[in-house]
Every structure is written in structure tokens, then in C-alpha cells.
Design a protein around this ligand. Structure first.
Ligand code: DHB
Ligand code: FE
Length: 280
């Protein structure tokens, strides 16, 4: 049977993609950020997952303000990347796992989560930047990937509680897949940030650190935040943190924290990264 081997939480800052393209990993501004990912890459090298389910938000590339599904999943053999306006290099296409996608769809929909199923899905920086940080030095990413998009852009958004419940169902669905594969689940986005408006530039370090603590020890407490609370505390784009709860829900009740790094500032936010393993 398939196994959820772990979860990776990471912010998805577009300029990090450019730092990789321009080879700036050792630059004094960028080095502390990339140092935070060394242990994550070592973990991936050791665990060797077969598939990555990447929970991220689309920022206006594949879905725009005219049509915004709350939850959408890719079911394609291959996905293409494009840049929705950050000046990022377009990367190679990458392999999907449509059999796993359909298994997830058929096990998540009947449980009451109405996913939009995408036979084609363009992938933006919310997906690409975290994957590049992990594997940009490899000619091909060593995993198949299933993109799983959550609306954090156009209100109304799904609640933190709904995301956590969806994650629980996602975890159950993976564990009932009759193939011996290792699955890692990414939750991208955050940390606190706001890119425009009167509070542009907002960063709330205290809240970020509390969120990182609770995602390990008390995710239920995080499900009690409303999206209005999250926007107030973490900024209009900081509400992306709800996607961490999808990943966390999929890991089960208790987790072992393998790694945590927090570096501030990067672009308009803090770079947060964590690796969690389910305790079974
Ligand atoms: C930034 C962060 C994001 O999560 C994003 O989607 C776009 C930009 C930033 O800090 O620049
Ligand atoms: Fe974002």
C-alpha cells in the first residue's frame, strides 16, 4: 500500500526562483535561506519519495478571477510551467501520476469535498519554486507530482478547518492506494506577508513562529482561526498558511519534527521550512 512518508512545509517566494536561475545560492543575501533547506534535501535523498502531492495556490495563472475553484487537483500525465508575471524562467514540464490522481479524486469527492478535476493544469511559482529549491541541481525531478490547488486568492476562501479536514481525507485516500509507493505531501505558501494596500510589507514574526510550533503540537488550535483572523494577523497573502493545514491533516494525529528553519526577511516575507514525519 502507499505510504505518506512525510510532509514538507515551505514558503514559495518568486524571487527565490530567480536566485536559483541566476546561481545566487552562495550570495550573502541568499545563503542563509538556502542553508535552511540543506536538511530538507538530505531528508529527501534519504527517504526517496516516489510521488509529491503539492498543495499550493494558483496566483492567477491557471485560474483567474473569473473562475476560481476552491479546491482543484491535476489528473494529467504531464504539467507545464509558466510565469504569471514575476520574470521567472519557465522550467521543463514534469511528470504527473494520473492513476494516483484518480484514486484520490474517487476517494475524496464521495467524502464531501467537491474537487475541480483538471486534465490540463499550468503550474505557477507556488508549485515550481519549492520544487526547484529541492531539486534544481538534478536534470529531472526524481518524483512524479500531483498538483493540488487551494483558493487563497479570491474570497470566499475555504476555512482553516475545512483545509484540515480535507487533509485528513487526502491522507486516508493516499494510504488506501494499492501501490507500494512513498508519498511526500508539500504544503506551500506563507509565511506572514502582504504585498499591497496600506499594510504592504507586514511581517508578524511572533505569529509565524507560533504557527510553526502549533502545526507540530496543536494543529487543532490553528483550525480555529477564521480567515479574517489570519488576514489580520498574517496579512492578506499570509492567509496562504491555510494550505499547511491540508498537509498537516494528511499526516495524522502525531508527527515527529525532523527539521525547522525560519529566516527573515526574504523579499516581502519570511522563509519558513519544516519537515514532519507521521508517527504511526
Ligand atoms: C511573495 C511571496 C509570495 O507567497 C508570493 O506568492 C508572491 C510574492 C514575496 O514575498 O515577494
Ligand atoms: Fe504566494
Amino acid at each position: 500500500m502507499a505510504k505518506v512518508v512525510g510532509g514538507i512545509i515551505t514558503s514559495h517566494i518568486p524571487s527565490v526562483g530567480n536566485a536559483i536561475s541566476w546561481g545566487l545560492q552562495e550570495d550573502p543575501y541568499w545563503k542563509p535561506l538556502f542553508d535552511g533547506y540543506v536538511k530538507v534535501r538530505e531528508w529527501l535523498e534519504r527517504v526517496q519519495p516516489d510521488v509529491a502531492i503539492v498543495v499550493y495556490n494558483d496566483h492567477g495563472l491557471n485560474f483567474f478571477l473569473d473562475k476560481m475553484p476552491t479546491f482543484a487537483i491535476g489528473a494529467a500525465y504531464e504539467y507545464n510551467n509558466a510565469d504569471e508575471g514575476w520574470g521567472l524562467q519557465t522550467l521543463h514540464s514534469f511528470k504527473g501520476d494520473p492513476e494516483l490522481s484518480w484514486h484520490l479524486i474517487n476517494n475524496i469527492l464521495p467524502a464531501g469535498f467537491d474537487l475541480t478535476v483538471c486534465q490540463e493544469m499550468l503550474i505557477d511559482h507556488g508549485f515550481i519554486v519549492p520544487m526547484s529549491v529541492m531539486w534544481s541541481d538534478k536534470p529531472e525531478w526524481p518524483v512524479k507530482a500531483v498538483p493540488f490547488a487551494v483558493n487563497t486568492v479570491l474570497f470566499p476562501l475555504p476555512t482553516a478547518q475545512r483545509c484540515f479536514d480535507l487533509g485528513r481525507q487526502l491522507g486516508k485516500a493516499v494510504r488506501s492506494y494499492d501501490e507500494d509507493i512513498k508519498v511526500v505531501i508539500f504544503g506551500t505558501g506563507g509565511m506572514s506577508h502582504q504585498l499591497s494596500g496600506e499594510r504592504a510589507g507586514l511581517i508578524n514574526k511572533e505569529f509565524d513562529l507560533e504557527f510553526m510550533e502549533k502545526i507540530v503540537s496543536d494543529p487543532i488550535a490553528l483550525t480555529r482561526y477564521s480567515n479574517t483572523d489570519l488576514v489580520k494577523l498574517a496579512g492578506s497573502e499570509g492567509v496562504e498558511l491555510i494550505m499547511w493545514l491540508v498537509m498537516r491533516g494528511a499526516l495524522g494525529n502525531d508527527v515527529n519534527e525532523v527539521h525547522r528553519a525560519y529566516h527573515l526577511p526574504v523579499s516581502n516575507t519570511a522563509a519558513g521550512v519544516m519537515v514532519l514525519e507521521p508517527v504511526d
